[in-house]
Design a protein around this ligand. Structure first.
Ligand SMILES: *Cc1c(COP(=O)(O)O)cnc(C)c1O
Length: 321
């Protein structure tokens, strides 16, 4: 398991490269819940998500020769952006592999951040095969999106900031997919405040971590399209760290549906004046859905990302989704 000590070290290591995001009281959610609710505005992080913390903590621990050879991942989303940015910061280079079917706007966004994009094949599996080839042939370092000790420790710094600013925190709501954020945050929060409750929130369709915990081992789930696209994907059948950590440290996992996620994005915009992507709004969605009975305050809700297509965002705001 990733210890509090590793998370504190990560914080010092990445401090000059990431933003310490605000923890802001939400009056509208506090009134609604009847307890103080604060929002960790991590969607305002550089590159638009917390993924920068883990990626930065990982690249900073590479040796000079590893940095010279470069880093690699197969991710079209927030991890790809974060790794591209982090690599440039340490003077390394990132290669991001993706299928030829990935839309051009995602490709150009990753290029804009300075990475080399390799488009291969027609699936995420083809992209991952290309990653493995380049790791074997060219000695690039693969930085995975969640199941890696340096990545988990980096994401855990979000939790560290929450307990430091709000030592009396009773409940933390954390968006959950592969579990890097949830594992790191739960480790950090519970080390300082063991009596706090940490609840993972994810979409009801394709909830891989929930299905795996229920099954007692990592399992594969069917994937569906979701407004919370950053929560898609499995946890890996060979999962080494985030599965056991989430199993041990999360008090509960709450599932929200597409309608509830849309309501979360709308609430963030209209009441909090924040542009948040679907994955980033699941904590608000869970609070609004009243699926969390007897919630103890103060509550901290992590808004994890802002990278939503603005045409889609407008549709959600206009109630068309
Ligand atoms: C990656 C991501 C998540 C889920 O994080 P995991 O570490 O995979 O559980 C949540 N929200 C956003 C915006 C993300 O990019």
């Amino acid at each position: 398991m990733i210890s509090q000590h590793l998370i504190e070290q990560a914080r010092g290591r990445i401090a000059n490269h990431v933003v310490r995001t605000p923890l802001a009281i939400s009056t509208s959610l506090s009134e609604r819940i009847g307890a103080q609710v604060s929002l960790k505005l991590e969607h305002r992080q550089l590159t638009g998500s917390f993924k920068l913390r883990g990626a930065t903590n990982a690249v900073l621990q590479l040796s000079q020769s590893e940095r010279d050879r470069g880093v690699i991942a197969a991710s079209t989303g927030n991890h790809g952006r974060a790794l591209s940015y982090a690599a440039r910061v340490v003077g390394s280079s990132a290669t991001i592999c993706m299928s030829r079917l990935v839309p051009e706007n995602k490709v150009s966004e990753i290029r804009r951040l300075g990475a080399t994009v390799r488009t291969v094949g027609s699936s995420q599996d083809d992209a991952q095969a290309e990653v493995e080839r380049l790791v074997a042939e060219d000695g690039l370092s693969m930085i995975p999106p969640f199941d890696h000790p340096h990545v988990i420790a980096g994401q855990g710094t979000v939790g560290l900031e929450i307990v430091e600013e709000m030592p009396e925190v009773a409940t933390v709501l954390v968006p959950l997919s592969g579990g890097g954020l949830a594992a790191g945050v739960a480790a950090a929060v519970k080390a300082k405040r063991p009596q706090a409750t940490v609840i993972g929130v994810t979409m009801d369709r394709g909830a891989a971590m929930k299905a795996s915990i229920d099954a007692g081992q990592p399992v594969q789930v069917k994937e569906y399209r979701s407004l919370a696209d950053s929560l898609g994907g499995g946890i890996g059948l060979g999962n080494a760290l985030t599965f056991p950590m989430c199993k041990a440290l999360l008090d509960d996992i709450v599932l929200v549906n597409e309608r509830e996620i849309a309501a979360g994005v709308r609430h963030a915009y209209e009441k909090e004046r924040e542009v948040v992507e679907g994955a980033g709004a699941v904590g608000i969605a869970a609070l609004l859905s009243a699926k969390l009975a007897h919630l103890k305050g103060p509550v901290a809700v992590i808004l994890s990302g802002q990278n939503i297509d603005m045409t889609l965002h407008r549709k959600v705001i206009n109630g068309l989704i």
